[in-house]
Write a protein that binds this ligand. Structure first.
Ligand code: ADP
Length: 419
């Protein structure tokens, strides 16, 4: 453990943090993801740390406070550059939180200039003349127009960000980006001379992001979606390599806990059972009745663990879920099942499971919390958006799959990749 990291990242939500971590790993960095601001030092020797916050839609002052706390911890780990990560659709309201957090970080770092771009061409998010496109549509014509928390009704990011900032917002347009790092640096100097503090950057391809990378060398703060990450490792002398995703050797027995009811997860559960896997369905109605479902599941799993992966699932079709929700209420039914599956995950690990797949975003959050996981090293990608991770405490390989991710054979594929 050297205790010194190159890149310190602050992500405004959990899955966004994993997305960024995944891009950094694929570009050659060894990455640790922290859930919330750690109160302990780093548990691994890594090149970058991504601190996952839940600051996207909280009041701006709270987002600023959380982000500054993350900044202080990252600085204490020796971070040479800070990366503030937000959503590739620039999810924010007129009050923030992208602008207020970016400016607070600039103040704390004593820097007068940074960039901002959610461009992520691999995911069809491109920025041209300061306007964000989602696929072929302007952001303001996309589904984001009617997002329940952060409706995005203007695609002009210079205007959107200016409304959230006291500093002047400018644009590094595609002409400069296409001309390469020297032209970008020149444009930055020109904007600085005009008193611009934050510049939106055009980028329509990965090549644009790779040209942007060198121009960001030494910039104390970068703010972006996860796309810009692909151009940064080279500034620290790192190139893509399988070493970046290397995790400690997997040990222990294998299990899957699934609380996702998405179509994809339903197919994955069915495929696992069809292939002869040992599986136990949790009946949410019995959970609601207070039966000892956790004890039963652990007693069932224990003798089977030595033979191969076991699956404990509450995954069910829409009609089954609705019947439970009609009886207990949507929130209460969800919470009870999450608590049950988290207790099962915890019990399985206590019984020697060392390789755990969790299906479901909320279910993952509950399991990570129950297992007391606060730091995870990011390993190889099983399917886009889902890497294996290793938590040094409690000593566990874990993959957190959100609902619709993964191919039908995801569960068996995941364990094969780890061998
Ligand atoms: P996804 O990533 O697919 O959205 P989540 O874990 O985020 O999966 O959400 C699934 C929600 O459904 C959780 O709150 C979970 O507890 C709940 N749930 C899972 N199985 C059942 C079930 N059989 N009946 C009712 N609710 C369920």
């Amino acid at each position: 453990m050297n205790g010194k990291i190159f890149l310190g990242c602050i992500a405004d939500d959990f899955t966004g943090a994993t997305d960024l971590a995944n891009n950094l790993v694929r570009s050659g960095m060894r990455v640790l993801q922290a859930i919330g601001v750690p109160d302990a030092p780093l548990l691994a020797d890594v090149d970058a740390v991504v601190v996952a916050l839940k600051s996207r839609t909280v009041p701006a002052a709270e987002a600023v406070a959380q982000s500054l706390q993350a900044l202080r911890w990252l600085q204490a780990q020796g971070a040479q550059q800070i990366y503030f990560k937000y959503c590739s659709t620039f999810d924010s309201t007129a009050a923030g939180n992208i602008g207020p957090v970016a400016e607070a970080l600039m103040d704390a770092l004593g820097t007068d200039f940074t960039i901002a771009t959610p461009a992520f061409p691999d995911n069809a998010r491109t920025v041209f003349k300061g306007h964000l496109f989602v696929g072929d549509q302007l952001l303001s014509d996309s589904g984001m127009r009617s997002h329940p928390l952060t409706p995005m009704t203007d695609a002009n990011l210079v205007k959107v960000l200016q409304a959230q900032c006291s500093r002047k917002v400018g644009l590094i347009d595609h002409k400069a980006v296409a001309a390469g790092p020297a032209a970008i640096a020149q444009r930055i100097e020109a904007l600085r001379a005009e008193g611009v503090g934050i510049a939106i950057v055009d980028a329509v391809s990965n090549d644009d992001l790779l040209r942007l990378g060198p121009a960001l060398k030494g910039m104390p703060l970068v703010t972006a979606g996860s796309g810009v990450a692909i151009g940064l490792p080279v500034n620290f002398g790192l190139a893509p390599s399988s070493q970046a995703s290397a995790l400690p050797a997997a040990t222990g027995t294998r299990a899957i806990v699934s609380g996702s009811c998405s179509q994809a997860t339903q197919r994955q559960v069915a495929a696992f059972i069809a292939a002869g896997g040992a599986a136990l369905a949790i009946d949410a109605l019995r959970v609601a009745d207070g039966a000892d479902v956790v004890g039963e599941a652990l007693a069932w799993a224990r003798p089977l663990l030595a033979q191969g992966p076991v699956l404990v699932y509450s995954t069910a079709d829409a009609a089954t879920v609705q019947a439970v929700q009609a009886r207990s209420g949507v929130q209460a039914a969800g919470d009870a099942v999450e608590r049950t599956l988290a207790a099962v995950a915890n019990g399985l690990v206590a019984h020697g499971v060392g390789q755990l797949v969790v299906a479901g975003g909320e279910t993952s959050g509950a399991c990570v919390q129950a297992l007391g996981i606060t730091q995870m090293q990011i390993g190889p990608q099983i399917d886009p958006g889902v890497p294996w991770c290793h938590a040094a405490s409690p000593g566990l390989h874990i993959a957190l799959k959100s609902g619709n991710f993964g191919t039908d054979d995801f569960f068996s594929k995941a364990f094969t990749l780890l061998q």
